[in-house]
Design a protein around this ligand. Structure first.
Ligand SMILES: Nc1nc2c(ncn2[C@@H]2O[C@H](COP(=O)(O)OP(=O)(O)O)[C@@H](O)[C@H]2O)c(=O)[nH]1
Ligand SMILES: [Mg+2]
Length: 631
């Protein structure tokens, strides 16, 4: 269990932590001199649980709010400290607002300096505090009047903490490992040590992790959890990791994350649900500059409003946070915003889409998307998302943004009624119904073609793909066609697709002519005769042959590769196979025309014509004097 203090400066936070743990957390010389906490203090105390409880003592002075925000970023329990003589003060309110925005629901109030006031004042202060807590997540938290300097009343608080620790369920270690670094230092003989709270997952000595958002590989050498050597660092613990790796050229410190590679997702745009505090002062305008805090990190950002022209104090809205440099964030991360001018906390919320796009999408679509993402359960979120995205969802980035580990991602694929397609270098998830629609569209488009062009053998794959309502993603249309071919619902003959029931018929004279042409072309192998030679062999006029060849080609029985030369579809496929072999055999997957000429033996001029035909037919792509296979 991690417990953090909160409250106004001089109300007795540090004194209380010392009374509970025996540790003076004001360890900096400047803190000693000024008698005031500046940075975070850490202490551990055995409350009788399986593990010591971790205490984070935060500074109360408004100038050190940045440090306070780091201290409370990952707490199970908030200890709000209010001096009985002063009562509620500005940082009492501000710290409470922060705890509320972070979603902290477990806590207690220490009413300190009870030795300085009478019972009437204690009752009055307790009442004031209860009213302050009422609209927050800490509503009804118990109040413990005490004097930390004498120890009076401290035992009751300690027993309450021990009782809470016993009943607090161990935090689920789901997700991939993430630790928010709040300190780093070098230990003689050991090297770099970072400390911080583990937000999710677990790690063991020997694990290969990443420094995020920088992306530098590190290795865990040793682990301390709650001040003791440990096998494992798990969610809900404060840990120190001794790290190895090539860390000479990088600075590691507060605000960095140490994460499992699967949780590394630096981002420049975060879509979030935001709540503006009732006492934020003024409405939040579009493009307001802010300081954004996530975990132990803070950096400047702009708030782009996704709904409405401005957000009124006390209101909630979807926003996009636009960053000036990459930040590590994942779905569900709590965020706090401070006004850049006043440095005051003005708003907070939760990250919904950490890998948000800058694509301009219709407002309604975008809001539907964010509402889908707001589901706490990943399977429900994905199902809702699939309903809003007919072109599919990039499954890998959903899984990464949601911080699902391999097991969770596997279960997701089993639970959600979806079809996952390998399209264009990534896994695309589609609602099952949408996939079935796509398949029936393909069959309908083909049937329609056959009805209109009964003489044609069929449709080229690219033409069929362009007739599906999935133009934005050619890979998706191709996957649908492949699936139908695999099922036998569509046949591929030569380069053309047709329904199994379709039998194309040429007009009788053309059919008779084709029957004489096929053997002549076949006999010529990879290098069919030019039209003049073909006409001579058939005993026909060249001028009469050309229109017949064009008619036959339009229906797919021949292919016009060059103005003067017609090929059998089989021959074109054989020529494409040669291209594929050359590409396969070359290190970079590319080949040039000379290699093709040498391999095919069809001569220089015909090589160029054939290769250009393969480009046009979608077999190959030409760039920089070389070709590679498509798909
Ligand atoms: N009389 C009395 N003084 C206290 C009590 N708790 C703290 N103090 C004094 O209040 C001053 C500020 O305490 P400190 O713990 O530094 O406050 P923080 O700024 O909230 O950490 C110190 O001089 C403490 O000795 C208490 O319960 N009774
Ligand atoms: Mg202090």
């Amino acid at each position: 269990m991690i417990i953090a203090t909160a409250g106004h400066v001089d109300h007795g936070k540090t004194t209380l932590v010392r009374a509970l743990t025996g540790v003076d957390t004001d360890r900096l010389p400047e803190e000693k001199r000024r008698g005031m906490s500046i940075d975070l203090g850490f202490a551990y105390a055995d409350l009788g649980g399986a593990q010591p409880a971790g205490f984070v003592d935060v500074p109360g002075h408004e100038r050190f709010l940045r440090n306070m925000l780091v201290g409370v970023a990952a707490v199970d329990f908030a200890l709000l400290v209010v001096a009985a003589d002063d009562g509620v003060m500005p940082q009492t309110r501000e710290h409470l607002a922060v705890l509320d925005l972070l979603g902290v629901r477990l806590g207690a109030v220490a009413l300190t300096k009870a030795d300085r006031v009478d019972a009437g004042r204690i009752a009055q202060a307790a009442q004031q505090i209860a009213a302050l807590l009422a609209p927050t997540g800490l509503q009804g938290a118990p109040v413990f009047p005490l004097a930390a300097t004498t120890g009076a009343g401290v035992e009751a608080l300690r027993m309450h903490l021990a009782q809470t620790q016993r009943t607090l369920a161990a935090r689920a270690t789901s997700g991939n490992f993430r630790l928010a670094v709040d300190r780093s230092f070098t230990l003689a003989g050991a090297g770099l040590v970072v400390t911080g709270a583990v937000f999710s997952g677990s790690a063991r000595a020997g694990d290969a992790l990443l420094l995020s958002p920088a992306g530098v590989p590190v290795r865990v050498r040793a682990i301390h959890a709650h001040d003791r050597p440990a096998e494992q660092a798990s969610a809900g613990m404060r840990c120190a990791l001794n790290l190895g790796g090539d860390l000479k050229r990088v600075e590691v410190g507060r605000g960095d994350w140490i994460v499992a590679p699967a949780a590394h997702a630096p981002t420049m745009r975060i879509d979030a649900r935001l709540r503006l505090l009732p006492d934020a002062g003024q409405p939040l305008a579009h493009w307001t500059p802010v300081l954004l805090h996530i975990g132990a990190a803070a950096q400047s950002a702009r708030v782009a409003l996704l709904e409405g022209r401005s957000l009124a104090p006390g209101g909630e809205a979807h926003v996009q946070l636009v960053l000036d440099r990459p930040m590590a964030a994942l779905h569900g991360d709590r965020l706090i915003l401070r006004a850049q001018a006043s440095q005051r906390v003005i708003a907070g919320g939760v990250a919904l889409d950490p890998l948000a796009s800058d694509r301009r999408v219709a407002r309604a679509t975008r809001l539907a998307r964010l509402n889908a993402l707001a589901h706490g359960d990943a399977a429900r979120a994905l199902s809702a998302l699939l309903a809003t995205e007919p072109q599919g969802i990039a499954l890998d980035s959903f899984v990464r943004g949601r911080n699902l580990d391999a097991g969770e991602a596997g279960r997701l694929r089993q639970t959600v009624d979806m079809r996952v397609v390998d399209a264009h270098g990534g896994m695309l998830a589609l609602a099952s119904q949408r996939w079935r629609d796509l398949l029936s569209q393909a069959l309908a488009a083909l049937a329609d073609w056959h009805a209109r062009q009964p003489d044609s053998l069929g449709l080229a794959e690219s033409t069929l793909a362009s007739r599906l309502h999935a133009h934005a993603l050619p890979g998706l249309a191709r996957a649908a066609v492949q699936e139908l071919i695999g099922q036998g619902a569509i046949l591929r003959e030569h380069l053309l697709l047709r329904l199994p029931s379709h039998r194309a018929r040429l007009p009788a004279p053309d059919e008779a002519l084709l029957a004489r042409i096929v053997p002549l072309l076949r006999e010529a192998g990879l290098r069919p005769p030019i039209v003049g030679e073909l006409a001579a062999a058939l005993g026909m006029e060249r001028a009469a042959l050309i229109p017949a060849l064009d008619r036959i080609s339009r229906l797919g029985y021949l292919q016009r590769v060059a103005p003067n030369r017609y090929f059998l579809p089989d021959t074109v496929e054989a020529l494409a196979a040669i291209a594929a072999e050359l590409a396969q055999a070359s290190a970079d997957g590319e080949f040039d025309a000379i290699a093709y000429r040498n391999r095919s033996g069809i001569g220089r001029n015909l090589t160029i014509e054939v290769l250009e035909h393969l480009d046009r037919s979608g077999y190959t792509r030409f760039a920089g004097g070389r070709r590679r296979m498509v798909g």
